[in-house]
Write a protein that binds this ligand. Structure first.
Ligand code: IVH
Length: 460
């Protein structure tokens, strides 16, 4: 049986691990090496193995331990998760400001602007500091229990020190752009359908029956609101964001207080361009009345609070034409179709090519050579076709078919049962060898300076 001394040691280790994992994941400023961290973690794992009676669900070792649920249970919220009314112009924001001032009978109001993170809203329930449940928004009244999956997200604390007895923290689960791009590359290689954007990828990763899959997806969380709670006194959105930071949540740092709607409009315009440089997707800004007493006074409709508004940025899409479809070789022999496009300017660069991923993708969107299409940048980097403008078809468009033989070595191309990918069957295919060498020398692998595609070609 565990002695008092061992219990204390376990508590200390947990506290230390929580602290360093907060510095690493939330603050991005680690104070110890990974090696030292692993050592601390290993000590805790060993003690919990020896004394299983000491394991608690909020222990740092329990991030991926939860059983895969058969289905996501439905849970009714104590306080509904509302959505936000949208504004698309400065004048609609001025109308909002007018309604707020009329509703409060005042001449000036303080607002907070926050980035509108393009992810999924999440309600996290903490009892005496321990995370006990994570619920998706569902229909706003009843959410889905995804506790085992949210526990794998490192920026979500499993235990909060000095927390009130009951607290619901709300915010957005999102996938950083870098993780999204890497995930789609992996999916292409494995012959799986890619996710269209960071939000879909985050949603798909959270709605997994196996928490190990969620754990591998590198999701993150920004906190921005409270649901129901007892034992906390907070007077404004600004105070709340600071309190959430003190509880060691990640709070998006780009919030700002304004004393007029004209200031808010300035902030909104500023971020329309700046947002493209962030490491995650945003689809707008959220404008909130800062003072909680004023928020309460304004109240809500059945759907949205009257004290907040979402300003939506128009999606960046342009029209272009599919000139031809070409096939390129990946290092595992996967043949990937890409569209050569009429060059167009999109979000800061000239785009000439978009990946088409695989034949299922082409069939699903019914993309043909000669089609007029709308394109956007997934994760702000990868050009993708969003829609085919079928009303612009002339009848001369051509349906694409995957070549029966490898364009590089001429050996037969084979589609593996149950996979979307076509592969060259020749293990010595010059194309595969070339891609393998390029990958071997690349920054992600051996990082051999100067050994790019042209040197590899000479070598071959
Ligand atoms: S506040 C009652 N703040 O946008 C107000 N929402 O279109 C609750 N969202 O369902 C929302 N970033 O999923 C708020 N900084 C932010 C947000 C944010 C993203 C999402 C949230 C909400 C949706 C409404």
């Amino acid at each position: 049986m565990a002695t008092e001394e061992i219990r204390k040691k376990v508590q200390e280790l947990r506290k230390e691990i929580r602290h360093h994992s907060y510095l690493y994941y939330v603050k991005d400023a680690p104070e110890i090496t990974d090696y030292e961290f692993d050592h601390l973690y290993r000590q805790l794992v060993d003690l919990e193995k020896e004394y299983p009676e000491l394991v608690t669900p909020d222990s740092p070792t329990q991030r991926v331990g939860g059983k895969a649920s058969d289905d996501f249970g439905k849970v009714r919220f104590r306080k509904p998760m509302l959505s936000l009314a949208n504004a698309f112009s400065a004048d609609e924001l001025r109308d909002f400001d007018r309604r707020v001032k009329e509703g409060l009978g005042v001449n000036s109001v303080e607002y907070i602007t926050e980035l509108k993170i393009d992810g999924l809203s999440m309600n996290l329930i903490y009892e005496n500091g321990s995370l006990v449940q994570g619920l998706t928004r569902g229909d706003g009244r009843v959410g889905e229990d995804v506790t085992a999956n949210v526990k794998t997200i490192h920026t979500i604390p499993l235990y909060i020190e000095n927390a009130p007895p009951y607290m619901e923290v709300r915010g957005e689960v999102y996938m950083p752009r870098k993780s999204f791009i890497a995930l789609n590359e992996e999916r292409d290689e494995a012959g799986l359908m890619p996710f269209a954007n960071c939000r879909n990828a985050a949603a798909g990763s959270l709605r997994q029956l196996d928490p190990h899959v969620t754990a591998s997806r590198n999701l993150a969380f920004f906190a921005y609101a409270l649901g129901d709670m007892q034992g906390l006194e907070i007077h404004s959105q600004e105070e709340l964001l600071k309190q959430l930071e003190a509880f060691h949540f990640q709070v998006n740092p780009n919030y700002r207080k304004w004393d007029s709607i004209e200031g808010v409009i300035k902030g909104v315009n500023e971020w329309e361009v700046k947002r493209h440089d962030l490491g995650y997707d945003t689809d707008g800004m959220v404008i909130k009345v800062n003072d909680f007493a004023q928020q309460n006074q304004l109240g809500a409709t059945v759907k949205d609070p009257k004290w907040a508004m979402a300003y939506k940025y128009p999606p960046e899409e342009v029209e272009t034409k599919v000139e031809r479809i070409i096939v390129t070789m990946g290092r595992t022999g996967v043949l990937t179709p890409s569209a050569d496009l009429t060059p167009v300017h999109l979000a800061g660069t000239t785009v000439k090519r978009a990946t088409l991923h695989n034949m299922d993708f082409i069939h699903e969107k019914d993309i043909r050579v000669g089609d007029h299409v709308m394109i956007y940048k997934a994760g702000e980097i990868i050009p993708e076709i969003s829609t085919v403008l079928k009303n612009k078809r002339t009848g001369k468009e051509e349906i694409f078919e995957m070549p029966k033989t490898c364009p590089i070595c001429g050996e037969p191309v084979h589609r593996i049962e149950g996979e979307a990918a076509y592969r060259c069957t020749n293990p010595n295919c010059g194309g595969v060898v070339r891609e393998k060498l390029i990958h071997f020398a690349s920054r992600d692998a051996m990082d051999i300076e100067g050994m790019g595609p042209s040197v590899v070609d000479s070598l071959l």
